[in-house]
Design a protein around this ligand. Sequence first.
Ligand SMILES: [Zn+2]
Length: 155
Amino acid sequence: MTYAARAMADPAPSASSPLVRRRMQNTPRRDTPAELALRRELHRRGLRYRVDIRPVRTLSRRADIVFSRARVAVFCDGCYWHGCPEHATWPKKNAEWWRAKLETTRARDADTSRRLGEAGWLVIRVWEHEPPENAADRVAEAVRERLRRVERALR
Ligand SMILES: [Zn+2]
């Protein structure tokens, strides 16, 4: 059995340490504080978007923030759950379970980015630890550039 398959089959270990508890609280979900802060900054920059929808209807992956016209999909990745390189600390207990879980998450993230890219979308991933102003600048610039391209194509 692969690690991934085992992780799917095994129930989550109990919250045996503060680190494990913290990581469990960071499991993927919507409306995290980091995501709300980013949405606020984007709104302040005059951008309008949709939240927690499938960018491509036939692809069962949801993005956190979606700019349909510009075809930009933004994912806010939690540092612990998605294995951010700056905050990668590992619980010792149930290490194998956590590693399998993380590998599954990261493989799925990469697969989602690849599939959306193939469908003509620009994928932007934002780490939870990134200052929301910086992330919003990055996203806003990409969205405006893509919109300019759409408008040029329509002319
Ligand atoms: Zn981080």
